[in-house]
Design a protein around this ligand. Structure first.
Ligand code: NAD
Length: 353
C-alpha cells in the first residue's frame, strides 16, 4: 500500500429531504444573529424564503451572485455585508452563490452556512475563485470552507434536467480525478467510488422523472461525497483543461466538465489503471472513459465542445494554455496527445478505450 497523509476538514453536514427546516437550529448553533442571505437573481424567491424562515436573524438578501465571482460583485457583496452588520453568510444555490459567500468570508472571516441546490460541490471545499480583468484566480483558505452545509434534496427538484445531468457529471469529475490524485488516500478513494456509483445510478432516474425524490437524494449524496474529494486532494489534467476552457473561452462550467471528462480519462487510462477500474466498476462498465461518455450521451447531455461555443480556431490556443504550467498528472503532458484529446472533445467522439 502506498504511503499517505489524511487531514479531516471541519464541516458539519445535515442531510435529508426537508432538512431546510433545521435552518433555525443550525444558525443558532453558529451563534449568528444577522445573516446575509445570498443567491443568484434567478433564485431570489428561494433566498426570500430562507430570510423569512430566519425572521429577525436575517439581515438582508443579496441576489446578485453570478458565475465565476467577478471582483466587482464580490466588492459589492462585502460592502453590503459590512453595511448591514452581517455576522454570517447563508448561500442558497449552486457553485456561483457559494463562491460569492466565499469571497465575503475571505475578506471578513464570516462563517458560511451553505444550502447547495446543484451538484458542483463547492460547499465542501476551502477553494475560492475570484475573477478580475478576465482572469480567474483561485486559492485555498480554510476561512472559506462553509461551517455548516444543509443538503435538502427537495430544493433540487426544480433543477432543470439538463443542468442536473451536467452538474452530476461535474461532480463525478472531482471523484474520478481524486482516485488518481498524487495526494490521494484510501478514505477519499472510498468516498470517490461511492460518490460516482451514487450519481451513476441517480442521473438516469432524474432524467426519467425529475421529481423522483429518491433519485434526487442519491444525486445530492453523491455530490457531497465527490465535493469532499475535491476539497481534500489535488486535481489533475481534467480540471486544468476545464479551468482553461471556462476561463479563456467563457464556456459553461458543468457542460465543459461533462464533455471533457471522458477524454481526460482516456488520456490518463494507461497510467492510472486501478483508478480507471474503480470508476468503470462504479458506473457498471468496463472502460471508465466510455462509461462516462455513455452516461452523458444516453442522458441527453452535450458531448461536443463545438456545440457549447468553442470555435475550431480556439483548439490550438486551448492546447497552448493547457500546457503552460506543469502540474501533477498520472501521464506526462504530451503536446500531440493533448491536442488530439481536445480535438476529440471538440468533435464529441466516443473514446476508443
Ligand atoms: N470553489 C470550488 O470548490 C468550486 C467547486 C465547483 C464549482 N465551483 C464554481 O461554481 C460555479 C458553477 O456552479 P454551478 O455549476 O453549481 O452553477 P451555478 O451556481 O452558476 O448555477 C447555474 C444556474 O442554475 C440556477 N440554479 C441552481 N440551482 C437551482 C435549482 N435547484 N433549481 C433551479 N435553478 C437552479 C442558478 O441560479 C444559476 O442560474 C463555477 O464558477 C465554478 O468554478 C467552484
Amino acid at each position: 500500500m502506498k504511503r499517505f497523509s489524511y487531514t479531516s476538514q471541519p464541516a458539519r453536514v445535515v442531510f435529508g429531504a426537508g432538512s431546510l427546516s433545521q435552518l433555525g437550529t443550525e444558525i443558532e448553533r453558529l451563534g449568528a444573529q444577522r445573516a446575509l442571505v445570498l443567491s443568484t437573481p434567478e433564485q431570489r424567491s428561494s433566498a426570500e424564503r430562507v430570510a423569512e424562515m430566519l425572521g429577525p436573524r436575517a439581515a438582508g438578501v443579496f441576489d446578485r451572485a453570478v458565475m465565476h465571482v467577478p471582483i466587482e460583485t464580490a466588492r459589492e457583496a462585502r460592502e453590503v455585508a459590512r453595511r448591514v452588520g452581517a455576522d454570517c453568510a447563508v448561500a442558497i444555490g449552486g457553485g456561483s452563490t457559494t463562491g460569492l459567500g466565499k469571497a465575503i468570508a475571505l475578506d471578513s472571516g464570516l462563517p458560511i452556512l451553505a444550502i447547495p441546490t446543484t451538484y458542483a460541490g463547492s460547499e465542501m471545499t476551502p477553494i475560492y475563485g475570484i475573477t478580475e480583468g478576465g482572469m480567474k484566480k483561485t486559492g485555498r483558505d480554510l476561512k472559506v470552507l462553509p461551517r455548516t452545509v444543509l443538503y435538502d434534496p427537495e430544493l433540487t427538484l426544480g433543477l432543470p434536467v439538463g443542468l442536473s445531468i451536467t452538474s452530476g457529471i461535474n461532480a463525478i469529475a472531482h471523484a474520478a480525478e481524486g482516485l488518481y490524485s498524487a495526494e490521494g488516500n484510501p478514505v477519499m478513494d472510498l468516498m470517490a467510488e461511492e460518490g460516482i456509483a451514487s450519481l451513476g445510478r441517480a442521473l438516469p432516474g432524474i432524467r426519467r422523472d425529475p421529481a423522483d425524490l429518491e433519485a434526487r437524494s442519491q444525486a445530492l449524496y453523491g455530490a457531497w461525497l465527490c465535493g469532499t474529494v475535491l476539497g481534500n486532494v489535488g486535481m489533475a489534467l481534467h480540471h486544468k483543461l476545464c479551468h482553461t476552457l471556462g476561463g479563456s473561452f467563457n464556456l459553461p462550467h458543468a457542460e465543459t466538465h461533462t464533455i471533457v471528462l471522458p477524454h481526460a480519462l482516456a488520456y490518463n487510462a494507461s497510467c492510472a489503471r486501478d483508478a480507471m477500474a474503480r470508476i468503470a466498476q462504479a458506473l457498471g462498465g468496463t472502460s471508465a472513459a466510455q462509461a462516462v461518455f455513455d452516461l452523458a450521451a444516453d442522458n441527453g447531455a452535450p458531448i461536443a465542445l463545438r456545440d457549447i461555443g468553442l470555435k475550431a480556431g480556439d483548439v490550438d490556443r486551448a492546447c497552448d494554455l493547457a500546457l503552460q504550467n506543469q502540474y501533477p498528472n498520472p501521464r506526462p503532458l504530451e503536446r500531440a496527445a493533448i491536442r488530439q484529446l481536445l480535438q476529440d472533445a471538440y468533435e464529441g467522439r466516443r473514446p476508443s478505450h
